[in-house]
Design a protein around this ligand. Structure first.
Ligand code: MRU
Length: 348
């Protein structure tokens, strides 16, 4: 993150320090995690969230789990490591960065002895983190070329440093445009049910000195029709081989509205978010979270007791609605199937 801003994820003396995103912006609470089960819980409870940040936290969490293993021999150690990894794999299903990080950590579990493997896992987690920092910086600089001076940009959910443990994706592009000397302003959707837009994106943009207007999710069409929005930029949790994108619930609605109003719709993501093993978005698993996140806001009930609620955390935007996908390896346009195959996922 930027100087003066809180660091989302940090490896400190064999512990994982995170800022608890569920408490923001009310309080900046840092938590030191020295047990891998607490890292899994932090991911499930969305204290750490955002696709790249989930991947980075899981990598450090696996390294932490490995460090705590007391094994009779190498085989015993690897069997226990497998169990640790299995727990991480059940934490959140949609962001592919989690599974990419798990694959990387599995491959890194090599060495003559247990101590060597433990070390190698810590180093691999640090490498994964560093790669996300570099990739998000690079994609932001590339994507900023699409932003013109004076642009008013709509973004959804939170795709800034908090979500990436790096520079940001959608917010990274906006920050980089500002750094290039362009005047930009941002409409932020509040992002029900967990309000990542209202709580986190406004917080990050205000710290960057970028003008922000917070709107409810249902206001987006109104402002598009008023010609108040020049482009939409969002992040992604998983991009299928054909360019279909899974991102925070509500993204699809924004993409349809953008197309209807002839507004470019950009997706910004590091290549660790690309999943070439899935031919289309229909195959991406969508996380279903607790109905309580819909019937309550920050613990306060907003619906009659006993109300049935649905809570899919993500939706799929078909590639035909996407103007371009911004990655650290280049800006991809239709036919996505060709472009994405050309750059591939960084992890596979
Ligand atoms: O459920 P969340 O808050 O983890 O969802 C986050 C998003 O949908 C982000 O837009 C996505 O992870 C991109 S983050 C750079």
């Amino acid at each position: 993150m930027q100087s003066g801003m809180a660091t989302a994820i940090e490896w400190l003396d064999g512990k994982l320090r995170i800022i608890d995103q569920s408490q923001l912006p009310r309080e900046e609470v840092f938590v030191d995690l020295d047990n891998y089960r607490d890292v899994v819980l932090a991911i499930k409870e969305m204290k750490v969230r955002g696709a790249p940040a989930i991947g980075v936290a899981a990598a450090y969490g696996i390294a932490l789990g490995a460090s705590g293993i007391k094994a009779r021999n190498k085989d015993d150690f690897l069997a226990q490591l497998n169990q640790v990894i299995g727990v991480f794999a059940t934490s959140r299903p949609t962001a592919v960065n989690l599974f990419e990080a798990i694959n990387r950590m599995r491959k890194a579990a090599k060495g003559d002895g247990v101590a060597e493997i433990k070390n190698s896992l810590i180093n691999e987690a640090k490498r994964i983190h560093q790669e996300e920092v570099t990739a998000t910086k690079q994609l932001s600089q590339l994507g900023a070329e699409l932003i013109k001076d004076g642009f008013s940009i709509l973004t959804h959910c939170n795709a800034g440093p908090l979500a990436t443990a790096g520079y940001g994706t959608a917010l990274g592009v906006i920050k980089a445009a500002k750094e290039q000397g362009k005047k930009v302003s941002v409409f932020v959707t509040e992002t029900r049910p967990l309000l990542q837009g209202a709580r986190l994106t406004t917080w990050e943009l205000m710290q960057e000195g970028i003008p922000v207007t917070l709107i409810t999710d249902s206001m987006a069409g109104y402002f598009m029709r008023q010609k108040k929005i020049d482009c939409v930029i969002v992040g992604a949790d998983r991009i299928a081989a054909n360019g279909d994108v899974a991102n925070k619930i509500g993204t699809y609605t924004l993409a349809v509205l953008a197309k209807e109003n002839k507004i470019p719709f950009y997706v910004a993501a590091p290549t660790s978010t690309i999943d070439l093993s899935l031919s289309s978005g229909d195959k991406i698993p969508i996380e279903e979270r607790s109905p309580e996140e819909v019937t309550h806001i920050q613990g306060v009930p907003i619906a009659p007791q006993g109300t049935r609620a649905a809570n899919p955390a993500f939706d799929i935007t078909p590639h035909s609605y996407i103007t371009a996908i911004i990655t650290e390896k280049g800006i991809i346009r239709e036919p996505y199937i060709k472009g994405l195959k050309g750059i591939g996922s960084r992890f596979s």
